[in-house]
Design a protein around this ligand. Structure first.
Ligand code: PLP
Length: 381
C-alpha cells in the first residue's frame, strides 16, 4: 500500500491528475479529527480506539493528535505498534482468548487492562498477570439485536457465568470491571440500555462494586443516505441509564469505537473497468478487496459516480448489478445499486464511509487488491 505525502484538495483533483486504475482510499485527517472530538466532548467517559478497524499508522497518529489516549488492542502486533506510535497511551487488551505467550507479551509491555469471558481464560490471567493495579473486565452478552451482525456469537459470557467470573476477579485481587459489545454498526441506542441495565444486575448479583463499565464499540457510521449516525443521542442515553442503574456506585465509563470513529474519514474510489452490455458494472474492487464488508452488513448507498475528469455523473438513475474484478461469482455487491444511468468505463464509483474494515481486510485474491491511500483536505465532492 503506497502512502502519498502530498495533500490533495479533493477526490476530483486527484482522479483528474493521476487517472488511477486501481482503487484509491481517500483519507481526510480533518474529518477523522472532527469525529474524534465529537466522541471526546460527547462521550461521558474515556474514549479508546479499536485498532483492528483501521490500523493505518496515519490513523493512529491523527487520533493521538486529536486527544485519544487509549487503544483497544487484540494481538502482540497491535500492542507493539501502539507502544511505538503512542508510548504513553493506555492499552486495553480486550480479545478474551489469548495464548500464554501473548499474555507474556502484554505483561512485558505493561498492559494493565484485560477482558475475559470464560473460566479457563480467567485462570490463565490469574496465573500469569500480576493482580495489583490490573483491571479484568468480564465480557458478557445478551440476546439483543440492533446491530448489523451478532457479536455475541463468538464472545461474551452469559449473565450467570459473568456473576461467577466477576466474583473470582475481585477475590483474586484484580480491579473488577464489566464490558460488552452490542454488535457493530448498532443503530438502535436501546441496545446499550439493555446492556447497561444487565451490567447492574451482574454487579449486584456478584456483590461487587465495579470500577469501570466499558460499553464497547458498535457506534454506527454513515452508510445510508438520510440516516446520519445519532452519536450524541447514544451518548446521552448511556449517561442517563448508567446513573439510573448504578446511582452512587456508578462506575467510570469507557467506550472503544472502531467504525464509529474512523469510517467516515475515508472514501473509496473504485475504477469502473467495464459496463458489460450496458447492464453489469464491473469494478476494479470488490468483496475480496476493500468492499469485503458489504456482503456481511449491507450495501452503502452514499455513493457518487465521477467521470475521468472528476465530474459528477447525473444521468437518470438505474438499478444495476455491480461485480468485483475476480473470477469468483461471490465477488458481487449485494442486491442492485441505484446508479446514474450514464455510468461508463473509466469512471470511478465512490463509496463514502469506508474507513473501517476496508484497508485491513483487503486480500490479493486473483492478483487484484492493490490499494493506495491519498490524503485530501476534504471528502466533499
Ligand atoms: C471490534 C471491536 C470493537 C470495535 O467495534 P466497532 O463495531 O468497529 O466499533 C470494540 N471492541 C472490541 C472488543 C472489538 O472486538
Amino acid at each position: 500500500m503506497g502512502l502519498s505525502k502530498t495533500i490533495w484538495t479533493d477526490l476530483s483533483e486527484f482522479l483528474r491528475a493521476t487517472r488511477p486504475e486501481t482503487p484509491v482510499l481517500f483519507f481526510s485527517p480533518a474529518a477523522l479529527q472532527a469525529t474524534a472530538r465529537r466522541f471526546l466532548s460527547g462521550f461521558p467517559g474515556l474514549v479508546t480506539y479499536a485498532v483492528k478497524s483501521n490500523p493505518e499508522e496515519t490513523v493512529i497518529e491523527n487520533l493521538t493528535a486529536a486527544g485519544v489516549h487509549g487503544f483497544d488492542v487484540a494481538s502482540p502486533f497491535e500492542m507493539r505498534m501502539i507502544r511505538r506510535l503512542a508510548p504513553e497511551a493506555a492499552l486495553h487488551y480486550n480479545n478474551p482468548v489469548r495464548s500464554r505467550s501473548e499474555i507474556g507479551v502484554a505483561v512485558s509491555l505493561g498492559v494493565t487492562s484485560y477482558s475475559v469471558d470464560s473460566r479457563s481464560e480467567l485462570a490463565k490471567l490469574i496465573d500469569l498477570v500480576p493482580a495489583k493495579g490490573t483491571e479484568i473486565a468480564v465480557r458478557f452478552k445478551l440476546p439483543v439485536s440492533g446491530a448489523a451482525y451478532n457479536f455475541g456469537a463468538k464472545f461474551g459470557a452469559t449473565a450467570d457465568l459473568s456473576v461467577e467470573l466477576l466474583k473470582t476477579v475481585a477475590e483474586a485481587g484484580f480491579i473488577p470491571s464489566l464490558t460488552f459489545h452490542p454488535g457493530t454498526q448498532c443503530t438502535d441506542p436501546g441496545a446499550w440500555e439493555h446492556y447497561i441495565r444487565a451490567a447492574g444486575g451482574i454487579a449486584r448479583g456478584a456483590g461487587v462494586k465495579i470500577a469501570r463499565l466499558n460499553v464497547g464499540g458498535g457506534f454506527p457510521s454513515h452508510r445510508l443516505n438520510g440516516q446520519p449516525p445519532q452519536l450524541e443521542a447514544i451518548f446521552a442515553l448511556i449517561d442517563r441509564v448508567a446513573t439510573e442503574t448504578f446511582g452512587a456506585d456508578r462506575p467510570a465509563l469507557v467506550c472503544e469505537p472502531g467504525r464509529g470513529l474512523v469510517a467516515d474519514a475515508f472514501a473509496v474510489a473504485a475504477p469502473v473497468k467495464a459496463v458489460r452490455d450496458g447492464a453489469h458494472v464491473f469494478l476494479n474492487d470488490g468483496v475480496y478487496g476493500s468492499l469485503t464488508e458489504l456482503n456481511m452488513i449491507g450495501v452503502i448507498n452514499r455513493t457518487v459516480v465521477l467521470t475521468p475528469e472528476g465530474q459528477k455523473r447525473a444521468g437518470a438513475p438505474r438499478n444495476l448489478i455491480v461485480f468485483g474484478p475476480t473470477c469468483d461469482s461471490v465477488d458481487r455487491l449485494p442486491g442492485e445499486m441505484l446508479l446514474p444511468g450514464d455510468i461508463a468505463e473509466g469512471d470511478h464509483l465512490v463509496f463514502f464511509g469506508m474507513g473501517a474494515y476496508s484497508t485491513v481486510t483487503n486480500t490479493r485474491f486473483n492478483g487484484f487488491g492493490e490499494l493506495s491511500i491519498a490524503t485530501v483536505l476534504s471528502l466533499k465532492i
